[in-house]
Design a protein around this ligand. Structure first.
Ligand code: MN
Ligand code: MN
Length: 465
């Protein structure tokens, strides 16, 4: 008896504790978490593309007193600024009380999500049906995108240089669109295909119409009818598709999941579920010591290239301009800076346990996931945070009672993946991955836990306060 109670005591002292967040938070925190989930869900529903997320982030910033940053402007502690990068990425900052040369605290996340982009010459008619050709964006299981309602979002830049914004399929009463799939009765051959080509890339065609223009029998009358509707609504012609960015995304809204309403299901959690908490932490922070920066970036899902992705120079340019305002050098600011690079991680799925190493993976409801390294096949492509920086983050989170866990993306050699962490670390910034565990990642309907979302917000808040 005495012997067992001694081991129990020693275990308590020496072993790692890893419990459901519910056992570790107060009732007040639980209701704060539910409230935060509501606000996040509203943001998610209004932000189905990187452009919409950027517009909504800018609205939130403006309504909290953030002003557009101009190079050379005079700045003092408490000032709130932002820079919108081409309507697809946005950086916000609250100036800290410490000298800028002591570095900034960066919360980074991405606001682009996997989807179907329309091709530049998308519209065609086949057997009196009108369809759009697409090229998928990011890593998707293509078969998941058939037979679900899709909405269409984006911009069309017309021949005269003016542009129109498109958003069809979200409002009640709007029509939606669909990639058609084969009925099981006739899918014998299709079902023998490997899953990667169950629906092939060139079969991701979106059905958009079926009626001929004016009931006349001229060829391509159905296509003409669709073009006429678009012309009446937006003033566009077929050639205007050449300078358009139109994205098809799941048309249904995000909603609570589970009888206990503990989870949120919806499109685009990756990575708006980190972007929104990052933005809110910087918006909500009062008088930070180090300048607090939130960066919501684009193009992560296709490798971060391009001038709105984090492989470009728009972040170091911003830091350069910020440093200039204080007569400092950008690189000195970066070298002293720290970053929580926030992206979702795979949550353990009891239906598919084999891909996870269960001592080192993320679980739903065990809090924000801190990932020392990402990458694949021997840590390739990771920035791998140092033990010292992990130690700093660990002490910070523990001191603020943030519930957190660690997690690797699956078993060694099972696959893997990277984030923007490496690109920020390459700027000589101490960087570590954090994020929300997700079920069904990259599917049209992804699932997160409300408590994890809230703990991610709490982690950012602890970091920037
Ligand atoms: Mn992501
Ligand atoms: Mn992703």
């Amino acid at each position: 008896m005495e012997k067992s109670s001694a081991s129990k005591e020693l275990k308590e002292k020496l072993f790692s504790k890893n419990k459901h967040t519910s056992y570790r938070i107060t009732a007040e925190e639980k209701s704060a978490s539910d409230m935060f989930a509501k606000e996040y869900t509203a943001f998610l529903n209004a932000s189905k593309t990187e452009r919409e997320a950027c517009i909504n982030a800018e609205e939130i910033l403006k309504s909290h007193g953030f002003v557009p940053f101009k190079a050379g402007m005079e700045l003092k502690a408490g000032d709130k600024i932002y820079r919108n990068n081409r309507g697809k990425a946005i950086i916000a900052a609250v100036i800290g009380t410490a000298p800028i040369t002591e570095g900034v605290r960066i919360c980074a996340a991405h606001i682009d999500s996997p989807r179907l982009d329309l091709k530049q010459n998308p519209l065609y008619e086949d057997h009196e049906l009108a369809l759009f050709k697409t090229h998928y964006y990011g890593g998707i299981k293509k078969y998941q995108w058939g037979a679900i309602p899709l909405s269409l979002h984006g911009v069309i830049v017309k021949a005269d240089g003016t542009s129109v914004t498109v958003n069809i399929g979200e409002d009640k009463g709007d029509p939606v669109f669909c990639v058609t799939d084969l009925l099981p009765h006739l899918a014998t051959e299709q079902m023998k295909r490997p899953a990667v080509s169950l629906i092939k890339g060139e079969e991701l065609n979106i059905l958009v119409g079926s009626l001929p223009f004016n009931n006349d029998e001229e060829s391509e009358a159905v296509k003409l009818n669709i073009m006429n509707i678009l012309n009446e609504k937006y003033g566009v012609t077929e050639d205007d598709f050449l300078s358009a960015e139109l994205e098809a995304v799941p048309a249904f809204p995000a909603c609570d999941v589970g009888l206990d309403r503990s989870m949120i299901g919806g499109y685009g959690h990756d990575d708006r579920v980190c972007a929104y908490p990052a933005l809110r932490a910087v918006v909500d922070c009062k008088a930070p010591v180090h300048t607090a920066v939130a960066i919501l970036t684009d193009k992560e899902e296709t490798g971060s290239d391009g001038n709105t992705g984090l492989c470009s120079s728009y972040l170091p340019y911003f830091i350069d301009d910020l440093a200039d305002c204080f007569g400092a050098k950008g690189r000195h600011v970066l070298s002293a800076s720290q970053c929580l690079s926030a992206d979702v991680n795979a949550a353990f799925d009891p239906t598919f346990p084999d891909v996870m190493e269960q001592k080192n993976c993320a679980y739903l409801n065990k809090g924000v996931c801190v990932t020392k390294f990402t990458g694949s096949r021997g840590k390739s492509g990771t920035s791998d945070a140092s033990a010292e920086f992990v130690g700093t983050v660990r002490r910070l989170l523990d001191s603020k009672n943030v519930v957190w866990q660690t997690g690797e993306l699956g078993k060694v050699d099972a696959g893997g993946g990277g984030t923007v962490a490496a690109y920020i670390a390459n700027l000589d910034v101490d960087t570590i991955d954090v994020g929300v565990p997700v079920l069904c990642m990259h599917a049209p309907f992804e699932i997160v836990s409300k408590l994890d979302v809230y703990m991610t917000y709490r982690a950012f808040s602890a970091f920037v306060e």
